[in-house]
Design a protein around this ligand. Structure first.
Ligand code: AVI
Length: 321
């Protein structure tokens, strides 16, 4: 397993976010080893339909997905950005292996523990599959991906991870991917679709408390890594969804007036009762927006795969001719 240097600057980003008028923290920092474990719990909750939908798409349409990826040439490198526990991807790996495809699987994730476990699991359950795990963040990935140039590249960006980027980050990300892709390469992106707001709110405001723990864990991370004294009991998770724009947003709300000290940054942060920290956005899409996004970023849609309820789509893209 290789470790890619981290470009992100946690200290700096925490300083910028917590001294802003509307306080914010970046959800890309949710995924330390503990955060990645909590996210695995989230993915197993019945309320978090996204995982089930994508799993259903892969299980029921793996034959067609393979045909589209192979496109007559079953030799490729399968590179997954933000692989996590690879739960859904294993369905594809197993099918591709049965089809005698010649492929290497390169899962990349920010959590070392997640990558280690995934590599062990694939080696144990799917012997014969070539796998090289990498640890690092999305933004340092491109040079790495560029090295995979001997075979056709299939890039996987699943789980509607793209929804956690704002518009500009989305365009930058797609632009970066475009710069490492060749005409035969393909990109498979998972998009969560707009739907009844109650279904969305339940997925992000769950009765088990996992989503709350996921958000609060970032405060704990600041305590551990920057010597801060956030009291997690004094913050409460709050979720909103705007059905017009399709944006779900997560906040942590301060339950009282309080001052938090972040020793390593020599900073005292004051919170008023009811003041919020914006933690994460999870964008929901419709087909029109997905088409537009592909178009303005220089891609064309090869094929869309939906689950039965049409809650989710895996959209396969290639470079525009
Ligand atoms: C990783 N990402 C797509 C998740 C989402 O749905 O936005 C992260 C998450 N946040 C709360 N629950 C899940």
């Amino acid at each position: 397993m290789e470790r890619i240097a981290f470009r992100t600057d946690f200290r700096n980003d925490v300083r910028i976010g917590l001294t802003a008028e509307q306080k914010f923290l970046s959800s890309k920092y949710f995924y330390d080893d503990k955060g990645s474990r909590i996210f695995q719990n989230i993915m197993q909750m019945p309320e978090y339909y996204l995982t089930d939908c994508e799993l259903e798409i892969f299980e029921t349409q793996k034959h067609e997905i393979f045909e589209v990826f192979a496109n007559g040439d079953a030799k490729f490198d399968l590179i997954e950005l933000g692989a996590g526990d690879g739960l859904k991807t294993k369905v594809l790996l197993s099918h591709f292996h049965d089809q005698n495809a010649l492929f290497e699987y390169i899962p990349i994730d920010i959590s070392e523990e997640a990558v280690k476990n995934l590599v062990l699991e694939v080696e144990r359950k799917l012997p014969g599959i070539k796998i090289v795990g990498k640890v690092g963040d999305y933004f340092k990935l491109m040079e790495e991906i560029n090295q995979y140039d001997n075979a056709k590249k299939i890039l996987l960006f699943l789980g509607s991870n793209i929804g956690n980027f704002n518009k500009q980050e989305t365009l930058d990300f797609l632009n970066n991917l475009k710069s490492v892709m060749h005409p035969k390469d393909m990109l498979c992106i998972g998009f969560d679709l707009k739907k009844d707001s109650n279904i969305i709110l339940k997925a992000y405001n769950d009765p088990h408390g996992y989503t709350s723990a996921f958000n609060l864990n970032l405060l704990q991370r600041i305590n551990n890594e920057l010597n801060a004294n956030f009291n997690l009991h004094f913050f409460k998770h709050h979720e909103v969804y705007d059905s017009q724009t399709g944006t779900a947003k997560s906040y942590l709300i301060s339950m009282q007036n309080q001052v938090v000290e972040i020793s390593d940054l020599k900073l005292n942060i004051s919170f008023k009762e009811g003041e919020s920290i914006f933690m994460e956005m999870s964008q929901k899409y419709d087909l029109k927006t997905i088409k537009e996004l592909a178009d303005i970023s220089g891609f064309e849609i090869v094929r869309n795969f939906y689950d039965e309820r049409q809650y989710f789509v895996n959209s396969i893209w290639k470079l525009k001719n």
